[in-house]
Structures are given as structure tokens and as C-alpha cells.
Write a protein that binds this ligand. Structure first.
Ligand SMILES: [Zn+2]
Length: 301
């Protein structure tokens, strides 16, 4: 049973101005951490093309979520500051996708930071909208950062020869991954990591397979409520939380993606974690609450 009263008892303190994608960033403090949500931009998600609802009629799910076929979606990244280090989770799409994306660098600067300020960079997975901001014209955008890539993810996208198991829309990822990581690899600033890794004693990876084979979230212990950055665990919160069985065409392993989402949502709800999601409405931060059928997203920040 999820304790909703617990979930709202320790809200993070938002700074003014209130969160808006136009500002490009939204910063708040929790415990000994400062979290800045960074907007990379927005894109239209065509629900009928992207969502896979199995037995449940998608029309009905969209109607219940008060959504039409075109769902406005965001791409979010997150900067963590612990007072000594700056850690960036994901880098947006850079120039690899829609022209409405690729704003991460500008958002970072609007928030008062430079790419050179970033000490380490963690990627949730190697899809274009998460790694496209790493490299521009063959040069590393982040001149000091060490880039950490989940080992399973690197093994799949950098070494796998079987491209047929992924949706055609993400097949270019095999090339993008090589290209975006190349300057960091050449510079000795790219690391593959496994489940035993942690950073600065407060940040640990959580393997969330299904969307991609090595899809990984990151749990941050703040001294108050934990924040879990969950990458692409869901793309349309209003549908996939209410009905966690709904997958997306980009999922490499849909059955695994469903099971991972179910387990993650139950645990995040039980613990009262704050969740940072790459494609939830900006700033992409919320709590997971139980609803009559599944779960519901309660934005915070
Ligand atoms: Zn994504």
C-alpha cells in the first residue's frame, strides 16, 4: 500500500521562477543536493504510431488520459550538485533528432553553468535523444567530463551485429553510439560500468532493462527523500502509469519493459521516491501514486 501522505510531507523547495520549459531549467534543493532539470526541447509524440497497448484499446486509454493522438512530449536531462561535484544525467538529442530538440547546452548556460563544469556524465541508455548532446561536429561538448555507460548498453549498441531486433526508428543508434562516444573514448574519458559501481557515496545505478538491454536508472540519496532518475521507463505518463502493460515501439524487449515498469512503479510508490523522468512534462519530476487501476504521476518542483 502506498502512503500518499508520506509522499507529500517533504516536498522539495522550488526556486522562483516556477518550472517552465521556456526558461530552459528548473532548480530545487533537497537535503544536501541541488537538482537542476534541464530542458532539451519538445516533440510531438504520435500515440497511435508509438504506443503498443495489446488487448486494451488505445483509443480508450488515450481518452481516459484526456489525450489525443498527438501527445506533446519533452526531453529532460538532470544536473546534480553535491557541493563539490557536478553530475549530468543524459545530454538530450543534440542535432540527431527534431529541430525542436538540442537545447540542452543553452539550458545549461541559462542555469549558470558551462559544459566544462560537468565532472561526470551518466547516460541512462544510448538512444539518440539521450546521447546526441555529447558531441558536436566530432568534438566533445563536455571538455572535462568522464562519461559512464552501462556495460550491457555498450555491449549491445557498440558490439551487437544483429540490428533486426530493434525498431527501424532506432536502428541508426548503432552508428550514433559510436559517433557520439568517439571523442571521449579517444581521450580516455569513457568508462563502461556494472551494477557494483557507485559515485561519491550517494549515487548508485539501477538496471531497468526492456526499453533497451542496458537501460539504467540512477538512485540519488539526498539526505531526505531519494530521487530516482528513470530515463525512458515511460514515455506517456498518463497512459503508461495507468496501464503499465502499454509499451512503445522503441522498446527492444517489450515483455521485459512491462515487467521492469511494474516493479519500478510499485517500489517508487512504496518508498515515496521522487522520480526524474526523461519524457515526463518538464521539469520531469514527480511522485508515483496508486490509482484505482494502476498509478498516477503527481508532478513536483
Ligand atoms: Zn528517450
Amino acid at each position: 500500500m502506498c502512503d500518499d501522505s508520506l509522499s507529500v510531507s517533504l516536498p522539495p523547495v522550488p526556486e522562483s521562477p516556477p518550472a517552465s520549459a521556456e526558461a530552459g531549467f528548473h532548480r530545487f534543493h533537497i537535503g544536501r543536493m541541488t537538482i537542476t532539470a534541464l530542458c532539451d526541447g519538445h516533440f510531438p509524440l504520435y500515440a497511435q504510431d508509438i504506443l503498443r497497448s495489446g488487448e486494451s484499446p488505445l483509443d480508450k486509454l488515450l481518452m481516459e488520459a484526456r489525450l489525443g493522438n498527438v501527445v506533446p512530449s519533452h526531453v529532460n536531462a538532470f544536473l546534480i550538485e553535491d557541493g563539490q561535484h557536478r553530475i549530468l544525467i543524459d545530454t538530450g538529442a543534440g542535432e540527431l533528432q527534431d529541430a525542436t530538440l538540442g537545447r540542452l547546452g543553452a539550458s545549461l548556460i541559462s542555469a549558470g553553468h558551462q559544459p566544462a563544469d560537468v565532472d561526470i556524465l551518466l547516460v541512462t541508455h544510448l538512444h539518440a535523444d539521450h546521447i546526441g548532446g555529447l558531441t558536436r561536429h566530432g568534438e566533445a561538448v563536455f571538455p572535462r567530463a568522464v562519461v559512464y555507460v552501462p556495460h550491457e548498453e555498450a555491449a549491445f549498441w557498440l558490439e551487437a551485429s544483429d540490428r533486426d531486433i530493434v525498431d527501424p526508428s532506432v536502428r541508426a543508434t548503432f552508428d550514433h553510439a559510436h559517433r557520439m562516444l568517439a571523442p571521449y573514448v579517444a581521450d580516455g574519458r569513457c568508462r563502461w560500468f556494472g551494477s557494483e559501481t557507485s559515485w561519491y557515496g550517494c549515487l548508485t545505478p539501477e538496471w531497468l532493462p526492456g526499453h533497451t538491454r542496458g537501460h539504467t536508472g540512477y538512485r540519488l540519496q539526498t539526505g531526505e527523500r531519494d530521487i530516482v532518475f528513470c530515463g525512458d521507463l515511460f514515455h506517456v505518463a498518463a497512459v503508461q502509469l495507468a496501464e503499465p502493460e502499454v509499451t512503445v515501439c522503441y522498446d527492444s524487449e517489450p515483455m521485459q519493459a512491462k515487467a521492469t515498469r511494474q516493479a519500478f512503479l510499485a517500489e517508487a510508490c512504496r518508498r515515496g521516491d521522487i522520480v526524474g523522468a526523461a519524457h515526463a512534462p518538464f521539469p520531469g519530476l514527480g511522485h508515483i501514486h496508486k490509482s484505482a487501476r494502476g498509478y498516477v504521476w503527481h508532478p513536483v518542483g
